[in-house]
Design a protein around this ligand. Structure first.
Ligand SMILES: Nc1nc2c(c(=O)[nH]1)N[C@H]1C(S)=C(S)[C@@H](COP(=O)(O)O)O[C@H]1N2
Ligand SMILES: [Mo]
Length: 193
């Protein structure tokens, strides 16, 4: 799929969002942990992840609030590789961040994404979610949890931060899966920031 998904328009610059107070990050003690429905719980340091980068791709970024950023260059580690490494056997991944933010992604969608460490050829900035955030080109950006610290593999669906507030379980940009139900469209009147 290429071009602009329905209901979106391009902006030149990102709008930085942080629904919860931004966390402190200590890169020495930082770990990304793959846990939950896995045979092997594994934790990766930032440096280890840097050495595992296997994805370079250019993809647009789409916020559910209708703005998109064109042609972002991403570098990261494919999620399918991390899930396989831990022998994951669930249906969903709950992405958990250092600030307490969470987002939920179906495993088939998660496998289409990667753990981003770099944007536009340089490491993520703190506002962009340093050290890492997941990214899924076909999902709205609220699924891209900044300051990611764990991928929690689950059998059953649970709401993450915005899903609990009426945003869609899946969030596919091409299907315009913005809100869970007709009623939740009221949320348009209470923006994310
Ligand atoms: N931890 C955390 N991650 C988050 C959010 C947030 O509030 N906290 N907002 C989400 C939303 S709604 C969007 S559009 C993008 C915004 O990314 P940016 O701040 O890099 O522009 O981050 C997503 N990830
Ligand atoms: Mo967003």
């Amino acid at each position: 799929m290429s071009g602009l998904p329905p209901g979106q328009h391009y902006l030149k610059k990102f709008i930085y969002y942080s629904a919860l107070p931004p966390p402190k990050v200590d890169i020495q003690s930082y770990r990304l942990t793959i846990k939950g429905k896995v045979d092997e719980e594994l934790s990766y340091t930032y440096y280890r992840l840097m050495n595992m980068i296997d994805m370079v791709t250019t993809a647009d970024f789409h916020c559910v609030e209708q703005w998109s950023i064109k042609d972002v260059m991403w570098e990261g580690v494919s999620i399918i590789k991390l899930l396989k490494g831990s022998k994951a056997h669930g249906n969903y991944v709950l992405f958990e961040s250092l600030d307490g933010y969470t987002s939920i992604v179906k495993i088939e969608d998660a496998e289409k994404g990667f753990i981003a460490l770099k944007m536009q050829g340089r490491p993520l900035s703190y506002e962009e979610g340093f050290p890492v955030r997941p990214f899924f080109p076909h999902l709205y950006a609220w699924k891209s949890a900044k300051w990611l610290t764990a991928m929690n593999v689950m059998n059953e669906y649970v709401d993450g931060y915005w899903e609990e507030r009426g945003y869609h379980e899946r969030g596919n940009v091409w299907q315009e899966e913005r809100f869970k139900t007709y009623e939740a469209r009221k949320l348009k009147k209470s923006p994310m920031v």
